[in-house]
Design a protein around this ligand. Sequence first.
Ligand code: ACM
Length: 490
Amino acid sequence: MTAIIPIPAQFQFDERRFSLSSETRIIVSGDSAEVFWIASFLAARLRPATGFALPVLGGIEPGAGDISLALTADDPQLGPEGYRLLATPEQVSLRASAAAGLFYASQTLRQMFPAEIESAAEQPGLDWWVPCGTVRDVPRYAWRGMMLDLGRHFFGVETVKRLIDLLAFHKINTLHLHLSDDQGWRIMIESWPWLALHGGSTATNGDPGGFYTQDQYREIVAYAAQRYITIVPEIDMPGHTNAALASYEALNVNDISPSLYTGIKVGFSSLAVHKEITYQFVDDVIREIAAMTPGAYFHIGGDETLSTPEEDYIYFIERVQEIVRKHGKRMIGWEEIGKTRLSPDTVAQHWWNKDVTAKAAAQGAGIIASPAARAYMDMKYHDHTTIGLQWTGSYTEVRDAYEWEPVELLEGVPPEAILGVESALWTETIFTQGNLDFMVFPRLCGYAEIGWSPRAGRDWESYRLRLAEHGKRLAGLGVRFYRSEQVDWQ
Ligand code: ACM
């Protein structure tokens, strides 16, 4: 069964097959270095399990048994991320208007082979075939994201790179890094070094801390960009700032630093909204991070400011919005920023309160849908799973994570204001790669489909069958996912 996740917008397969052989070549037409890179990425994914050489070649016509990649101007409706895939018994051709589309075409092609294709070890004796037919695929939403909380627990560069590869496999194009919280500051700021050196030294539960050097952050940004993923950095403020307050006395109202914090309460910390040094700090932090971030956005948090009076909150957010603009970025904040005066290029991220989200949308802000009860992957799957939380008041099984619709959920927000979907992994109880795999997969596969596939193409019964097959791919990729009883895993 051909089981592609996210399901393409249009596809038609027949009984015929195209098979890879030891003679297959991957042919790039045109001289785009970027397309060459995409072809090389595809070859590198197909080589280990097949054991085939799969040379990547340019400047020749594809022949029988080959896979070809080309940019084409004949189908502008494909947009920046759409693609066409044509498979005949003789050839497979991938076509797109822009490089990202070819990258996504190659992710679809990976998922058309037998699941063993994702094995890291050679699997001799298998027929490496794909069904013949056509795919024409364009994403529903431009924003298809995941958030990773590094504040509560820190994850190193290698874990983040592995996650980026798994996101790309599911056509997710945004990784939002929550780089600071009460429990930890996770990125070196050269002009305020104690943020990372002291504020990054621990984590929830007293677990080991850590932070990215600026070179490591740049390395993550570059690795993501090669996989068509934009990094959105978040520094949460004015609340969720204990790690910063503990690092610099001057940021506190009374000039006295609190201790580092290793618990899981929220809402107790606030920057000193009426001290000028606070805005020097904010300016320096945004300036240094913005300079390392090619993406258009800077996320300022702005959530759960229970220790900041409302008029102070409004004053602070409106001032910070100007600082973000000054450094050439568009501001994103959690939905609470809907209480403030927003500029029309600001984006609000819905997580809980529909009314305040609607206030942001009414001011022209784009909205990212991250409803906690559906899209928060720190929520337990059910009462038997040990890690995870349950503060939304319910469990989030695989079906709950899949079966919701942003337009219906965000009643009060015009559908055209919805930029897309972002799931979030908060990490109070998550601190190993195994924990991360278990909470993220397979729920992320469902969010990928909600973000990419047309609403009419989404259906739980179809999805659970495809997910059963997809589980073999995840296992081949070494992902220790949650084997929900809602799915008949193969
Ligand atoms: C949030 O969950 N406080 C954004």
